[in-house]
Design a protein around this ligand. Sequence first.
Ligand code: PRP
Ligand code: URA
Length: 206
Amino acid sequence: MYIEVRHPLVQHKLSLVRDKATGSKLFRELVGEISKFLAYEALREIPTEPVAVETPLETAQCHRVTSEIVLVPILRAGIGMLDALTDLVPNARIGFLGMYRDPVTSEPVEYYAKLPQATDDSIAIVIDPMLATGGSSSAAVQLLKDKGFKKIIFICIVSCPEGLAALSKDHPSVPIYTACVDRQLNDHNYILPGLGDAGDRLFGTK
Ligand code: PRP
Ligand code: URA
C-alpha cells in the first residue's frame, strides 16, 4: 500500500527541490520540510494512551504516544530527512543503515548497520528520499525484520512505479508514504523526472 501526500504545500516544495538551480542549502531545508509533512501523515495512526494532566485550572484528559518510534535513515541520503523527524519525535531512537547502489548492477550493498533493540511496541520508520528500483529499501526492511521489528513504515520523497511495485511485493505489510510517484526509471535506474542524485545534492558531492 502506498500513500501519495498531495498537499499543496508539499507539491510546492517538491517543485523547488526538483529544480536543478536549487543549491545544497535550500535543497537540505526543503527535504527536511517535506519530510515533516510526510511523517505527520505516516504517524497519524500511532497508538496513544489516555493520561490525566493537571492544568493550572483543572484536570484535562489528554493522550500520549505509547509506541517507541525508531527512525532508520538509509545512509547517506536518509540523513537529510533525520533532523526533521527528530524534531517531530524527539524521544525517537535512531538506527543507521549504510547502503549504496552498485553503480553497475544497481543492487544494494550494505556497509553499516547499527540498530536499537526491537521491542514489542516498536515502530520502525525507514527514511530515504528516493525509492527507485526498491532494492535498497527492500533490503533495509528485510534487515529490520530479521532484527525483530514487526511494524515498519517507509517514507520517501520521490518514488516511481517500479520501486513501489518491488517494495510492496517483497514487504506487503509495509506502508509507503511518498510526496510523489514519478513516471519511470531511466536506463541507469534514476527516477524520471526525479530530482537527480539525492545524496550528491544534499551533501554537495558533485
Ligand atoms: C540512493 C537513494 C536510495 C537508493 C534508491 O542511494 O538514497 O538509498 O539510491 O535506489 P534503489 O531504490 O534503486 O535502491 P545511493 O545508492 O545513491 O547512495 P547515497 O545515499 O550514499 O548517495
Ligand atoms: N538515487 C537517487 O539519488 N536518485 C535517483 O533518481 C535514483 C536513486
